[in-house]
Each structure stands twice: as C-alpha cells, then as structure tokens.
Design a protein around this ligand. Structure first.
Ligand SMILES: Nc1nc2c(c(=O)[nH]1)N[C@H]1C(S)=C(S)[C@@H](COP(=O)(O)O)O[C@H]1N2
Ligand SMILES: [Mo]
Length: 240
C-alpha cells in the first residue's frame, strides 16, 4: 500500500480495519460511532455476507480531492425541480429498509454520532455547470453495514421528501467517498441544498445526488421507475 496521503486521510486503512472487524470476530471494534447508534455492543454482531464483503474489500479507486482553498461557494447553483420541502429536524427519521436483516430508523443525533467524513470534490450537473464543494457527513457504507444487507441486495433506492427518487448500484453506494452529507462548505447544510441529509459523491453526476433523503431501500432488482430524470430519458449509471 502506498504511504497515506493527506488529501485522502486514511481511507483505505480505515475501511480495512472495519472489514477486519466485521468478518473476523464479528465485532466492529474500530467504529465507536456505530456502537452509539446501536445503543449497545451486544447487537453489533454481523452475519457474514460474502458478496458485501467482496464489494467493500474491493480496492475502490479514490477520486482525487481538492484543498479547502479551492471551494467555489458561488458556483453551486441551486437545482430544485419540484419544491423545497419543509422538514422538522427534531421529528426527522431516516429509514433504511428493504433487503436488509435489520431495518433502521435513525434520528439526526444518532447520525451525527457516527464517524464524520469531510471531502472537497467537484459537483457536476448535466446541464453544463460544475462547482467545487466541501461536503461533510456519514459514509453510506457505514449505514448500509449497520442495516445488514441481505445477500441478494444489488441496488439502493433513495426517497426524498420532495418526491424526488433515485436508484444506485450497491457498489457505488459503498464507495468510501459516497456520503450522506449534513454539512456544506464547513457549515450546516442549507435547506435549499438538501438539509437535513443529501447524497454527495464524486463518482456520479449531480442528478444522482438526491437532496432531502428520508428513505433508503435496498433491493435485489430495479423497478420500472429508476429515477426522476432517468424516467425522462437520462442515463441511469451516470458515472463521472
Ligand atoms: N430531492 C432532489 N434532489 C436533487 C434535485 C432535486 O430537484 N430534488 N436536483 C438534482 C440536481 S440535477 C442537481 S445538479 C443537484 C443540485 O444540488 P444543489 O441544489 O445543492 O446545487 O441536486 C440534485 N438532487
Ligand atoms: Mo443537475
């Protein structure tokens, strides 16, 4: 393994530690935040899911990040096609269900107790603009592991509070730079940009990055409807 680089923090090592915890003794020792969410270590035993482990162990290619000085606050244009939903943060729950052994309903406090990852990446909108943005939030892979995906899980649906919907392949969701963000450019995520929670990832186009995410559903197959823009003819994978 090459020496750790400041820009990438210690992503490869951290994810290796985590997997070692999962597949070895079955305990997550390196991620105290997960224990907090569970409210007790006793429930953290994870069944071995070979395919999920293979996806997580796969050496994900990390997208180079930018220094904080490169952030372009004015370049991120608000792109909201329907409306900005009003969400009561105190009552808000993120649900994770579908092809999982342990459906979850988490409040924002629980999410904020999980390990925080920050990254500066380029957001690219298919409409022809881009912006360098800093996002801070929880790795989707941490959340998905907590829910214990069933072996048949292949896809992940994201439901947003404005009715927007998206679906991703599980491998992209488990990429270490795919976050459920609650911070933007070093401040709490503004409502118009998706608060309390939005997707942020350097491996997908802007329309895949759902704002106001409230529900995550794992599935073995894609349904007829794959996404708000995809159902109007845009590409489903939409990789960068
Ligand atoms: N729920 C929801 N998510 C969404 C959208 C939307 O209209 N509703 N627009 C998408 C598009 S096309 C882009 S480019 C980004 C824009 O994010 P921003 O408004 O924070 O710049 O959000 C994406 N996620
Ligand atoms: Mo977009």
């Amino acid at each position: 393994m090459s020496p750790p680089d400041d820009t990438f923090d210690t992503l490869p090592r951290r994810s290796f530690l985590r997997i070692a915890g999962l597949t070895g003794a079955g305990w997550v020792v390196s991620t105290a935040g997960l224990t907090l969410v569970e409210g007790g270590v006793g429930k953290l035993f994870m069944p071995v899911n070979d395919r999920l482990d293979a996806l997580l162990l796969k050496p994900h290619k990390l997208v180079p990040e930018f220094p904080v000085s490169a952030i372009e606050p004015a370049a991120l244009l608000e792109n909201t096609f329907r409306f900005v939903p009003r969400i009561d943060h105190a009552a808000f729950r993120l649900t994770i269900d579908g092809a999982v052994n342990k459906p979850l309903s988490l409040d924002l406090t629980a999410l904020q107790q999980m390990p925080l990852t920050s990254m500066v990446i380029r957001h690219v909108c298919v409409e022809g603009w881009a912006a360098i943005v800093q996002w801070g939030g929880v790795r989707l892979s941490d959340l998905i592991q907590l829910a214990q995906p069933k072996a048949e899980a292949r896809y992940v649906y994201f439901q947003s509070a404005d009715g927007y919907y998206e679906s991703w392949d599980l491998a992209s969701v488990l990429h270490p730079q795919t976050l459920l963000a609650y911070q933007m450019n070093g401040a709490p995520l503004p409502t118009k940009n998706g608060a309390p929670l939005r997707l942020a990832s350097p491996i997908k186009l802007g329309y895949k990055q759902s704002k106001w995410v409230a529900g995550i559903t794992l599935a073995s197959e894609l349904s007829q409807q794959t996404g708000y823009w995809e159902d109007q003819g845009y590409e489903w994978f939409a990789g960068l």
